[in-house]
Design a protein around this ligand. Structure first.
Ligand code: IN0
Length: 409
């Protein structure tokens, strides 16, 4: 029950309640489906099937960017499905990956044709500059993914390369779409280093969080150069007797991922369009919250560590301006700092990158904003009210039409 998990966090209960009854203004989609073509409506239906919360953020994008990012997101999900589908034997998958890429170039591959004809129709309805970005990025990703189908992630450098192919290129593609739409400066599309870091921070956080799930599905994305310092085989970390070496490796990888935060701050501080800022900032603040939850946490090796729904909704509502994002980053780097143990092998590196991040994120403006202190009496009153109304909301939700609604009519 999401609300129970947030009982210790009154702010989250209020935001869960707000989100439940009306969503949050900043990500309210500006879409009227009626004026849409059948194929476009289907594309947005696909999008909403993939991830409700993030789909809303995409649908809130301004102008031509909305359709371009929607199609880009769906194409990437399709590529992802092919790459993930372990059932396709290797000798068939490599040419398949190439053909998926060629499909958009050649428009003749049955897989897409049958599965997602609507996506290819709407892909061709996009402006040429958007089509060129998407097919160029898909081509580079297809080639990169094929390269890693035949090999494991060995060095830390290879880890960066793998994450570049599956997420860095997404950041580079999105940044070029932002500039092509002229909603953002051309510099955003040109600075591929920063755009790449945006993707690497998200992908490394996902790989760290999903250790056990990937292990259980026979996938291994933790770099050998990291885990071989602490054990013989990566799968050892799933066994409690290897917990201390597992935590040492986990903390090393979190420390590595934190090195992308300064670039993420520079990238976000360059954005000028509110809808683009929200679209880019929300996944980043979710990632640093997830990384803090994973740091030195044995739970990573026993299940999947997830941030609370209330926490996610609160972050989504707050990540709408740079000073709020800076203080969120400062708050979670502080949270990690408090968990750095004196015996952790990466201690010095972790303390160093955390002090760099604090320096960069504690701009004067941020100091004042984030933590507004609420009196405890007020807190429990609101909690009680929210809990009651939550119960009432759930109780009445089942009412057939015509029964008494929230306003007692
Ligand atoms: C994304 C990214 C994303 C958004 C904005 C800017 C980005 C810049 C660089 C790289 C990626 C960027 O965001 C999504 C967020 C998402 O899908 N979150 C899921 C939860 C989850 O954990 O999957 C949700 O349901 O909210 C993201 O994770 N990826 C993604 C894919 C396509 C696009 Cl167009 C944008 C996936 C990945 C692998 C990180 C690139």
């Amino acid at each position: 029950m999401d609300i129970l998990k947030s009982l210790g966090h009154p702010e989250e209960i209020i935001n869960l309640f707000k989100y439940k009854i009306g969503g949050c203004r900043s990500v309210m989609p500006k879409l009227d489906y009626d004026s849409m073509s059948e194929t476009l409506r289907t594309c947005y239906a696909y999008l909403n099937q993939t991830s409700r919360s993030f789909a809303a953020v995409i649908q809130a994008l301004d102008g031509e960017l909305r359709h371009a990012v929607c199609i880009f997101y769906l194409v990437l999900r399709a590529l992802d499905t092919v790459e993930d589908d372990m059932s396709i034997p290797l000798e068939k998958k490599v040419p398949l990956l190439f053909s998926v890429v060629h499909y958009f170039m050649l428009f003749c591959f049955y897989f897409m044709l049958f599965c997602f004809p609507q996506i290819s129709v709407e892909f061709r309805n996009l402006g040429q500059e958007y089509q060129d970005v998407i097919s160029d990025i898909c081509h580079q990703m297809g080639v990169g993914m094929a390269e890693f189908l035949e090999k494991k992630v060995s060095s830390m450098e290879e880890w960066d390369k793998y994450c570049h192919y599956v997420a860095g290129l997404v950041g580079i593609g999105l940044s070029r779409l932002f500039s092509a739409s002229q909603l953002e400066d051309t510099e955003v599309g040109r600075d591929t280093e920063l755009a790449n870091s945006m993707g690497l921070f998200l992908q490394k956080t996902n790989i760290i969080r999903d250790y056990l799930e990937d292990q259980q599905e026979g996938r291994a994305f933790w770099p050998q150069e990291a885990w071989s310092q602490f054990t013989e085989r990566l799968e050892d970390f799933a066994h409690p007797q290897h917990l201390s070496s597992a935590l040492s490796c986990l903390n090393l990888l979190v420390t590595d991922a934190l090195h992308h935060v300064p670039d993420v701050i520079t990238y976000l501080s360059r954005l000028r369009n509110q809808s683009v800022f929200n679209f880019c900032a929300i996944p980043q603040v979710m990632a640093i919250a997830t990384l803090s939850a994973c740091y030195n946490n044995p739970q990573v090796f026993q299940g999947v560590v997830k941030i609370r729904k209330g926490q996610a909704v609160t972050l989504m509502m707050q990540a709408t301006n740079m000073s709020a994002v800076l203080s969120i980053i400062a708050q979670y780097s502080q949270e990690i700092l408090q968990k750095v143990s004196v015996t952790d092998p990466s201690r010095e590196k972790t303390l160093h990158i955390l002090s760099l991040i604090r320096e960069k994120s504690l701009s004067p403006a941020a100091l004042s904003s984030r933590a507004h202190h609420i009196s405890p009496v007020y807190v429990s009153a609101v909690m009680l009210l929210a809990a009651l109304s939550w119960q009432y909301l759930n109780a009445t939700a089942g009412q057939p039409p015509g029964g008494a609604d929230m306003h007692g009519h």
